[in-house]
Design a protein around this ligand. Structure first.
Ligand code: TYD
Length: 205
C-alpha cells in the first residue's frame, strides 16, 4: 500500500479505556502539529448503524449473519470516499477504535476463527495497521466500568469478556510475526498510560 499517514488501531475488551486513550493520543498528535483523525468500528455509516442495532438488541439475527457485516463495515470504512485509505493518502494519522483484531476476538466466540480471519483478509491486505494498541484489563474491571455506564450490549457479560480477552491473546501469539501489536496495562492511571502509549508510538513516526 502506498501511504504517507500512520494507521493505529486501538483494541481491548469492552470498558478497557480505548475511547479515553484515543482522545489523549489525538490531542498529543495535535500538540505535535500532526494531522490526526479519530474513527471507530462499527462505523457511523449504514452498515455500522445496522450493526449497532443488533448490538443493543433492537434487531435480532443469527451471529453468523452478523459476523460478515463487521467485515463489510470495515471494507466500507477502508474504501469509501474520505475513508481510511483516503485519510492515509492525505498523510493523516488515523486512530481507529477497534479493527479486525476485534472481529478475530469477538466473532471467534461463535464462529470458526479461520472463517473470520478469511473474511477480513481483504481488509488486512488493503489497510493493515502500522500498530495495534491493546489495552489490557481484567474482565472483572472492564465489566464494572461498563456497568457504571449503565449500558450493556450483546457481548458485555463477564464470562464472554474473559473469553474475548483470551481470544485476543491467542491472536497475538498467532500473528506476532506479521502484525505489530503493543500490549499496555489498561489499569494504570489514564495520564500515565497515555504517556507510555505516546512514547511507544513516537518510535513509529
Ligand atoms: P464499541 O462501541 O467499541 O464498544 P465499547 O465502547 O464498549 O468497547 O464496540 C461495540 C461492540 O462491538 C463491542 O462489544 C465489540 C463488538 N465488535 C465485534 O464484535 N466485532 C468487531 O469487529 C467490532 C469492530 C466490534
Amino acid at each position: 500500500m502506498d501511504k504517507k499517514g500512520i494507521f493505529i488501531a486501538f483494541e481491548g475488551i469492552d470498558g478497557s479505556g480505548k475511547t479515553t486513550q484515543i482522545k489523549k493520543l489525538f490531542e498529543a498528535f495535535k500538540d505535535m502539529g500532526r494531522d490526526a483523525v479519530m474513527t471507530r468500528e462499527p462505523t457511523d455509516g449504514d452498515i455500522g448503524k445496522l450493526l449497532r442495532s443488533y448490538l443493543v438488541g433492537e434487531k435480532k439475527a443469527d451471529i453468523r449473519a452478523i459476523a460478515p457485516l463487521f467485515a463489510a463495515d470495515r471494507l466500507d470504512h477502508i474504501t469509501s470516499k474520505g475513508g481510511i485509505l483516503d485519510l492515509l493518502d492525505e498523510g493523516k494519522a488515523v486512530l481507529c477504535d477497534r479493527y479486525y483484531l476485534s472481529s478475530y476476538a469477538y466473532q471467534a466466540l461463535d464462529c470458526d476463527i479461520d472463517w473470520v480471519i478469511e473474511m477480513n483478509s481483504m481488509a488486512r491486505e488493503l489497510a493493515k495497521p502500522d500498530i495495534h494498541i491493546f489495552l489490557d484489563v481484567p474482565a472483572e474491571i472492564s465489566m464494572s466500568r461498563v456497568e457504571s455506564r449503565g449500558e450493556t450490549e450483546l457481548f458485555e457479560q463477564l464470562d464472554r469478556q474473559k473469553r474475548v480477552r483470551e481470544n485476543f491473546f491467542k491472536m497475538f501469539e498467532r500473528f506476532c510475526d506479521s502484525e505489530s501489536i503493543l500490549v499496555f496495562d489498561g489499569t494504570k492511571a489514564p495520564d500515565i498510560l497515555a504517556q507510555e502509549i505516546l512514547e511507544a508510538v513516537r518510535k513509529y513516526l
